[in-house]
Design a protein around this ligand. Structure first.
Ligand SMILES: Nc1ncnc2c1ncn2[C@@H]1O[C@H](COP(=O)(O)OP(=O)(O)OP(=O)(O)O)[C@@H](O)[C@H]1O
Ligand SMILES: [Mg+2]
Length: 500
């Protein structure tokens, strides 16, 4: 059977000031295919896909949709022509209800003589949620009350409103746990089976291999190659993305569980949200993994340990001097750092520069005896972080709103690296970060451990957990159901049994 093109991009260019985000990009999408789009952080994936989805426009070049010229005026126009996109960054509005989010930009379709029929909208929204397998989300609920994952699922429902022929999924899976992933992959399967098409952006090479028929690689805004079928291997993707061979050693290379007996953080009988009477200890020089499904309570646990949320019982103590971590202010003062899963809402100030964000928690270190921070030490610190994590930017003064998703995540990470924390709590730290930089972060974590500092890794990514932790606590429904020590024989199956 001859494959039918559905979308064609020809010589597309896009610049942001001096940044060449896309250079002469040619791209062909066939009906019935799932087409992966990969590349390092800042290589142009989101820029390209958001042009297709009508979010922004190209500087030059052209598109054809089903053989016709295609130049969407905005996102709703693109939707009406059959192109829908789930964006990388949080794309729902918290202050309105779920149904209004699902019908953003389309409310007038339900209005008569100026009155919007909310009942009808809510019913339609619920239908769509049910249809994609998310019936447990209430269309009339305030969006603010939903957790991160469910908000992402609301975005999937929104895309389905216009029944698109092309679905674009930009780096969504890292925001999703098992429930959301199943919904997403079922949708993708549906698109392929009904001769529609999917553009799938991800940094998870295993996942790409599983779902994609073809994979196009971008590097610095240029198309490097398109792989298909059995040529799509982790090795070939890595090589084309980075432009060189990759060394093997990705996670920790040792398999010994090694840390000092000294306890540096002691959580005693704490209770919050879904967990009750939970106790755990973190040791000096330990990387402690906490894993489970996203609703098991582990994300809340991280917040309680850092003092953002208050435990109803018990306490979190730093045994060294008996300090009780009652709020984040005390935590930071005592050398703790915390990276939230919900980056854009909790971890960074999007409107500020890289410099401002990196230095926030580092004030302690940068200020001299009289509390004065020199502009020079400030700049040096920011530049150091930019170099270590290869943050793609024009300089320390660039604002975060202008960085690609993965590069924002690097800024969050460097924020805490910069202040040399003794205890780091990392909730989904490597979300959206490309393989090369992930490897660099794993090396950094090893160094932090070697210096006798301690890390708590909260994540659903089992390979990362197994690969990096000395000890691993598995959570289910607010309880710790198993504890594993670092070992070569530990498999994902061993752990999953205690998660679900
Ligand atoms: N609004 C903007 N202003 C200035 N520069 C921008 C803007 N949007 C994107 N860029 C730049 O364009 C380049 C490509 O960014 P893009 O977001 O497309 O990367 P990406 O491949 O999606 O990366 P990631 O994997 O991190 O999501 C980056 O250098 C980025 O900093
Ligand atoms: Mg992106």
């Amino acid at each position: 059977m001859k494959k039918k093109p559905i979308l064609r991009a020809m010589q597309v260019n896009k610049n942001f000031g001096p940044t060449r985000a896309l250079v002469d990009v040619d791209f062909l999408l066939y009906r019935g295919e799932v087409h992966g789009l990969i590349g390092e952080n800042g290589s142009g994936k989101s820029t390209f896909s958001s042009i297709i989805a009508g979010v922004q426009s190209a500087d030059s070049g052209s598109f054809e949709l089903n053989g016709e010229p295609y130049l969407p005026r905005n996102m709703v126009d693109a939707q009406n022509r059959g192109v829908g996109m789930i964006v990388q960054e949080q794309g729902t509005i918290g202050s309105i209800d779920v149904a209004s989010n699902i019908f953003t930009g389309r409310l007038e379709e339900f209005s008569k003589f100026g009155f919007v029929n909310m009942k009808q909208i809510t019913a339609r929204a619920q239908q769509i949620l049910n249809d994609i397998g998310a019936g447990d989300i209430d269309a009339s609920a305030p969006t603010m009350s939903l957790n991160f994952e469910d908000r992402k699922i609301v975005e999937m429902a929104r895309v389905m409103v216009a029944d698109p022929d092309i679905l674009i999924v930009d780096e969504t899976t890292t925001a999703l746990a098992m429930k959301g992933r199943k919904i997403l992959f079922d949708l993708i399967k549906r698109f392929r089976a009904s001769d529609k098409a999917v553009i799938f952006i991800s940094h998870d090479l295993g996942e790409l291999m599983n779902v994609c028929d073809r994979v196009t690689v971008l590097r610095d805004g240029r198309v490097i190659d398109t792989l298909s079928g059995s040529d799509i291997t982790e090795d070939s993707m890595r090589r084309l993305m980075v432009g060189r061979e990759f060394e093997d050693h990705y996670f920790r290379s040792d398999f010994v569980c090694s840390y000092d007996e000294e306890v540096v953080l002691d959580a005693q009988h704490i209770t919050y949200g879904s967990f009750t009477n939970l106790s755990l200890q973190l040791h000096k020089g330990e990387i402690l993994g906490i894993c489970g499904l996203s609703d098991c309570g582990m994300h809340e646990l991280g917040k309680v340990l850092f003092g953002i949320e208050k435990s109803l019982t018990g306490r979190v103590v730093l045994p060294q001097d008996g300090t009780q971590v009652k709020n984040p202010h005390i935590a930071v003062k005592k050398g703790m750092g915390y990276l939230s899963k919900d980056r854009d809402r909790e971890s960074i100030i999007l409107n500020a520069s890289i410099l401002d964000n990196v230095e926030l928690p580092s004030m302690r270190l940068l200020s001299n005896a009289v509390g004065y921070i020199s502009a020079k030490s400030e700049r040096r610190l920011a530049q150091e972080q930019i170099d270590v994590l290869k943050i793609k930017c024009r300089g320390p003064k660039q604002r975060l709103t202008e960085l690609s998703g993965g590069n924002k995540q690097k800024v969050v990470f460097s924020k805490w690296l910069g202040c040399d924390s003794d205890i780091l709590i990392l909730d989904c730290a490597t979300r959206g970060i490309d393989v090369g930089v992930k490897a660099a972060i794993y090396r950094l974590l090893e160094q932090i451990k070697k210096k006798g500092k301690s890390v708590i890794l909260i994540s659903e990514e089992l390979p990362e957990m197994i690969g990096m932790s000395d000890r691993m606590l598995v959570m289910k429904d607010g309880k710790i159901t198993a504890e594993f020590r670092r070992s070569e024989d530990l498999s994902e199956e061993d752990i999953i049994r205690y998660m679900i």
